[in-house]
Design a protein around this ligand. Sequence first.
Ligand SMILES: [Zn+2]
Length: 346
Amino acid sequence: MENKEEILKNLKEKLDSVTNLNSLNDVKTEFLGKKGSITALSSIIGSLPVEEKKTFGAELNKLKAEATSLLESKREEIETKILNEKLANEKIDISLPSTKLPVGAPNILEHLIEEVEEVFMSMGYDVVDGPEIEEDKYNFELLNIPKGHPARDAQDTFYIEDETILLRSQTSPVQVRTMLSTDGNTPVRMICPGKTYRRDADDATHSHQFMQIEGLLVDKNISLSDLKGTFDVIAKKLFGEDCRTRFRPSYYQFTEPSVETDISCFKCHGEGCSLCKNTGWITVSGAGMVHPNVLRNCGYDPNVWSGFAFGFGAERLAMLKYGINDIRTFYQTDLRESATFDRKEA
Ligand SMILES: [Zn+2]
């Protein structure tokens, strides 16, 4: 086949000027199509002498294969070129600065409550929730504060209906509800953090809304020393291992005896400073042994069962822990306070 090289040379020249798939198809038809120049060679076979047919056939197949391979590599070249152009056009510019989204910090009170919850849960306490709109019965009466009792003056709150429905002035009604929900023959170990309300004029240390973290333990043979031990663990967890605790006599209607609980000043370690008003001690909660009347009101026999209850002010703990000097800060959504918290945590 004399013109084999000629045909291939011709094909190569045509392919050199091909730049897209359409013209590549045209070239393919020109050589390998029904009327293509290579296809046309097949018709010669019939007129050849038998001894040449075989050689010619083999040569022709070789030519077809070479032409196909040339066309295919051109196709690949064009397709790669198209893909590269597409990629270049659709490239994402990763050097463009992104929009910075500000990251929030946890609310200080929520954070503190979670911390306290974790300590109590590690000692087997349940965390219990209760209604903020409460009945007088649960907020006062069952807690040994009957109607007209002067102790109510210190806990005056917002009434919703006829002095029977009110915003709870303490989270103690959750303790009452928890005790009443048992059969009166089951130990109780719970804390109930939550919002409380009082008709106080707002100032640096008072707020008409604040949060309490109250707790209750009812079991057999519970004494004041159990309360002391529990309080000691909490104080050390929250304020450091060198924190010391003390009880001072106090009075609450729902506990007898009642105590105020102090921790040694974590700032001056007892030497005296402005935080502890030079006493070396800071009051952090009220507590005591559950009053027999309360146990009885809630279905527990005070001759068999005893227990202790305690209450922390969440804001007060947070103010001490994070050096915040105005309780109103917690309710004014001042973002700088979160920033302060962030720094102190770091
Ligand atoms: Zn001090």
